[in-house]
Structures are given as structure tokens and as C-alpha cells.
Design a protein around this ligand. Structure first.
Ligand SMILES: NC(=O)c1ccc[n+]([C@@H]2O[C@H](COP(=O)([O-])OP(=O)(O)OC[C@H]3O[C@@H](n4cnc5c(N)ncnc54)[C@H](OP(=O)(O)O)[C@@H]3O)[C@@H](O)[C@H]2O)c1
Length: 194
């Protein structure tokens, strides 16, 4: 039998962290080996915290517990996820970051660490398949255009996926994170570079 993928979840007590725990527990080829939180539900069994059967893994505030995993699914807010990844990648653990708000420099540092260690990572501020593909296509298209315009509808303020699309398309375009001015019109937000 093939070995199961050892998964740690950070941000474990949060809404997305608990959903991740349920998802991991439902996969026949994955096993939850650590659940890392900050303060809430520390000491509680991760399965119980996630509203299911006990999994025999207590939520801990010690990131060290996650460093035996193959993959660290992280729904902590961006800066905390970046700190976690900086510890995980040198240990050969692939971060899968769903937490939003990583800065351009945190992303650059993470990419450098991953390249140096030969470890893969996923940063997806929106896990919807369509959103992930849209971001990847924006990255591929950006170098071929002199100007990038991203329009997000139906939001009163720009969404994390919007910021991230801007960041990756602009860094692909100019090979560095670009600055821009931000225009936010009630339900239509546009970020324009050029
Ligand atoms: N990628 C996606 O598709 C997607 C979808 C939804 C949300 N998100 C993003 O995922 C993140 C979590 O969302 P959520 O709805 O699960 O939020 P949530 O329910 O508020 O949970 C956030 C968790 O992060 C922990 N936390 C907060 N600050 C921390 C810090 N400085 N260091 C370590 N842990 C910290 C909290 O721990 P305590 O409770 O102990 O304070 C809490 O358990 C957000 O950044 C959100 O924007 C992404």
C-alpha cells in the first residue's frame, strides 16, 4: 500500500482550518498529523473541534508539531502563514497557503526559499478552480501586454484574489512587484497599471 500524505493544518481552529481538517480526514490517501492554532481550541482534539469524530490529534500552538508533515495547509492570516512557511520549507514541507494578505516581499522570500530547497508550494487566496486558473492565465498573459487592467465586479472593496491577480500579473509583466493606483467605485474596483 502506498504511504499516506502526512498533512498538517494551521489556522486549525478557524472556519477554513476546521473545513480543511474535515476534508483531510475524508481522504483515503491523507492523514492529519498536526493541527496548529494560536489560542482558540488549543488542547482540543482536531476532529472534535471540526465537528466530527476525534482524530487523536490535539490542536497545539507549537508549530514544531507540524514539522513532521509532508504538506502544511495554512489558513492563518498571511503574515503568520509566511512565518510558518519559512519554518516548513527548510524542513522539506510543502506549504499550501489559503490565508490571505501575504505581502509581495513575503511571496518573493517564499519563492526564493522554495527554489533553494527544491520544495513546491501553493499560494491560493481563492481556492475556487476558476479563480486559480484565472490567476495563472493572468500570469502567463501579462508579459505580452503593455498594460494590465483588472476589474472585479460586485464587491464594495477589493478582494484578496483581486490583489493577488494584480501582484502576480504585474510581477510577471515587469519581473518585479509593481505599484499602482487603486480606484474603488462602490461595486466596481479597478486596479490599473501602466
Ligand atoms: N483561499 C481561500 O479560498 C479562502 C477562503 C476563505 C478564507 N480565506 C482566508 O483564510 C484565512 C482564514 O479565514 P477563516 O474564515 O478561517 O478565518 P477565522 O475563522 O477567523 O480563522 C482564522 C484563524 O487564524 C488564527 N490566527 C489569527 N491570527 C493569527 C496569527 N497572528 N498567528 C497565527 N494564527 C492566527 C486564528 O486563531 P485564534 O482563533 O486562536 O485567534 C483563527 O483560528 C483568512 O486570511 C481568509 O481571508 C481564504
Amino acid at each position: 500500500m502506498t504511504e499516506k500524505i502526512r498533512v498538517a493544518v494551521a489556522g486549525a481552529a478557524g472556519r477554513m482550518g476546521r473545513a480543511s481538517i474535515r476534508t483531510v480526514a475524508a481522504q483515503p490517501d491523507m492523514v492529519l498529523v498536526a493541527a496548529v492554532g494560536r489560542t482558540a481550541l488549543v488542547g482540543t482534539d482536531a476532529g472534535t473541534a471540526a465537528g466530527m469524530r476525534p482524530l487523536g490529534v490535539a490542536i497545539t500552538s507549537d508549530l514544531e508539531a507540524a514539522l513532521t508533515a509532508d504538506v502544511l495547509v495554512d489558513f492563518s492570516p498571511g503574515p503568520a502563514a509566511a512565518r510558518h512557511a519559512a519554518a516548513a520549507v527548510p524542513a522539506g514541507i510543502s506549504p499550501v497557503i489559503g490565508g490571505t494578505g501575504l505581502s509581495a516581499s513575503e511571496l518573493t522570500d517564499l519563492a526564493g526559499l522554495c527554489e533553494a530547497r527544491g520544495v513546491g508550494a501553493v499560494v491560493a487566496p481563492n481556492f475556487a478552480v476558476g479563480a486559480v486558473l484565472m490567476m495563472e492565465f493572468a500570469r502567463q498573459a501579462a508579459p505580452h501586454f503593455p498594460r494590465v487592467e483588472i476589474i472585479e465586479l460586485m464587491r464594495s472593496s477589493p478582494h484578496a484574489g483581486f490583489h493577488f491577480t494584480f501582484l502576480i500579473s504585474s510581477s510577471a509583466r515587469w519581473r518585479r512587484p509593481a505599484c499602482s493606483r487603486l480606484m474603488n467605485h462602490c461595486s466596481v474596483a479597478r486596479k490599473i497599471t501602466g
